[in-house]
Write a protein that binds this ligand. Structure first.
Ligand SMILES: Nc1ncnc2c1ncn2[C@@H]1O[C@H](COP(=O)(O)OS(=O)(=O)O)[C@@H](OP(=O)(O)O)[C@H]1O
Ligand SMILES: Nc1ncnc2c1ncn2[C@@H]1O[C@H](COP(=O)(O)OP(=O)(O)O)[C@@H](O)[C@H]1O
Length: 500
């Protein structure tokens, strides 16, 4: 995924971006987190020879030929999308999520793709260098110059390294007489935890290993992603990249880590040195996740206590993480009724603080002043999602009950919440006829009479979810049964412990 194809900033509706030019001031724009990461890498000199965002001809060439127009190998489009009204500005100030200036992009060759304009031209720094873990991230050239004068094995880990990977790394370094350069890829809500997990592995890492985090966002295409890693690693001074993905036309060659197995004395050794009968199984990715989700201690043949501690901070057990339930459905479907009942059940049986974000109440407070146009509904639902994600980030349970008629908004809420914890979408699919029969507030009657415009299900759309985790029709089941189904799903997914 390149910057231009990535989602808009998950934390705000696009129209809340300070995009409009104000007077003679340079217009400002808050790029998506993925685009901002690219800005930081450009400013750090991590994407040579690129100094800015690509124009349309370079992007087309990169997409089809994996090279810039002039033939220089380059694996992935580096692009920046802005709203059409900013497309003609000569320069745009790029700001971080808090609105602080990060860079200025000179818009030399804007181009249109889909319904957005892409800015193309060099970026220069504005304000002090920022971003996560800035003090650990010198510019690429400074890192390159600090490395010893021998081969350098680069690696861009996305997860903590455990005893098997550490043994592989030591072996590779020993075989090639190389220095090791770890460039952990910063991501997620607590990017510092991966770096701490690698620092906790220092005693098992080859002596003098250099660790410099990089905010390189994963690209969807694994081959392009691995090649981009090779370009970045080379910029920081690596002469080889440790990867299992073959690299074509790469600035530095790939090295595959040698196969290591656990022997019957619980040591990790090269597979070539351990007879099949003396091998013991390791811990696969799924088993590791299962251990972490359930809080099961990691075996000491798998990792060290210091790394395990950081790994568990990075991935706490589900019972200690937050989750959100988003009830969506027509007015009168039963969202509030079920949300309140679930809140009461969780209050009795679960240790988490529960926050109820109910449609009506939210509209009197957090979203006061918003109406029922598509734009206002979108703002309403995304604001609810933003608050829910904050609750979840801090380990709480958020129960949301807006109509949330649009897929794009529900998707945005899911993205925001899943980044920090669990998310369950419950479609309260009570048929319109039943909702209308209930007509608790007399709104359907008014809507049918034409006195209430844009009423969901009557004169405004409801996009039926295709990704609901649970579908409940309250015309066919009691309130208790419906809430029981939600609780059962939360239990099944490991978010709450069983209760009667
Ligand atoms: N035009 C129109 N369409 C739908 N609903 C209307 C409208 N006008 C007022 N109401 C009342 O507002 C409640 C829905 O607000 P939400 O915040 O849940 O809606 S949305 O998610 O922003 O679409 C909804 O409450 P619930 O019945 O609890 O769903 C209605 O009582
Ligand atoms: N099985 C059921 N589950 C939930 N609500 C039900 C059920 N059967 C009847 N109702 C009634 O339907 C109405 C639903 O209203 P409400 O919960 O405010 O819906 P919404 O929040 O979706 O607008 C309430 O009056 C509730 O008592």
């Amino acid at each position: 995924m390149n910057g231009a194809e990535s989602a808009p900033p998950a934390t705000s509706a696009p129209s809340e971006n300070p995009g409009r030019p104000m007077g003679t001031e340079r217009p400002g724009w808050v790029p998506s987190p993925a685009e901002l990461s690219d800005v930081e890498l450009l400013l750090d000199g991590a994407f040579p020879p690129l100094t800015g965002f690509l124009g349309s001809a370079d992007v087309a060439s990169v997409r089809t030929r994996h090279q810039l127009r002039d033939g220089t190998p380059w694996p992935a489009p580096i692009t920046l999308a802005v709203p059409a009204e900013l497309g003609s500005a000569d320069e745009i100030e790029l700001r971080d999520a808090e609105g602080a200036p990060v860079a200025v992009v000179r818009n030399e060759a804007p181009w249109t793709g889909g319904d957005v304009v892409h800015v193309a031209g060099p970026v220069r720094a504005a304000g002090a260098p920022g971003g996560a873990l800035r003090t650990m991230r010198p510019p690429a050239a400074a890192v390159r110059e600090s490395l010893p004068d021998r081969p350098v094995l680069g690696m861009l880990p996305e997860h903590p390294l455990h005893l098997r990977e550490l043994a592989q790394l030591r072996q590779l370094a020993e075989d090639t007489g190389a220095h090791v350069l770890l460039l952990p890829r910063l991501r997620g809500p607590r990017p510092e935890l991966l770096v701490q997990a690698l620092l906790a592995a220092r005693p098992q890492l080859p002596e003098g290993t250099t660790i410099v985090p990089v905010p390189l966002v994963r690209r969807d295409d694994p081959k392009r992603d691995a090649l981009l890693c090779a370009h970045v690693a080379a910029a920081y001074g690596a002469t080889r990249l440790i990867t299992t993905t073959p690299l074509e036309n790469s600035p530095i060659p790939a090295v595959e880590p040698p196969e290591f197995v656990r022997d019957d004395t619980d040591r990790w050794r090269p597979a070539t040195a351990v007879a099949p009968a003396r091998r013991r199984p390791g811990l696969g990715e799924d088993e590791l996740r299962e251990h972490l989700d359930t809080g099961t201690p990691l075996p000491d043949w798998f990792t060290t206590p210091a790394i395990a501690e950081q790994q568990q901070r990075l991935h706490p057990p589900l019972s200690r993480r937050g989750f959100a339930v988003l009830f969506t459905g027509l007015s009168g479907a039963g969202k509030s009724t079920l949300a309140r009942a679930l809140r009461d059940d969780l209050g009795r049986h679960d240790h988490r603080a529960v926050t109820l974000l109910d449609g009506d109440e939210v509209r009197r407070t957090l979203c006061a002043g918003l109406g029922f146009s598509p734009e206002d509904r979108s703002r309403n639902v995304r604001r609810i999602g933003f608050v829910a994600a904050e609750v979840v980030r801090h380990g709480g349970a958020a129960i949301c009950a807006p109509i949330a008629p649009y897929r794009a908004d529900r998707d945005a809420v899911r993205r925001m919440v899943e980044e920090v914890g669990g998310f369950v979408l419950v479609h309260v699919a009570t048929p319109l006829g039943e909702c209308e029969r209930r007509d608790r507030k007399g709104l359907y009657r008014k809507a049918r009479a034409g006195a209430l415009p844009e009423f969901t299900g009557v004169s405004a759309p409801y996009e039926v979810p295709r990704d609901a985790d649970l579908v409940l029709d309250t015309a066919r089941m009691s309130r208790e049964e419906a809430v029981g189904r939600v609780a059962a799903l939360l239990r099944e997914r490991g978010w709450v412990r069983p209760w009667e």
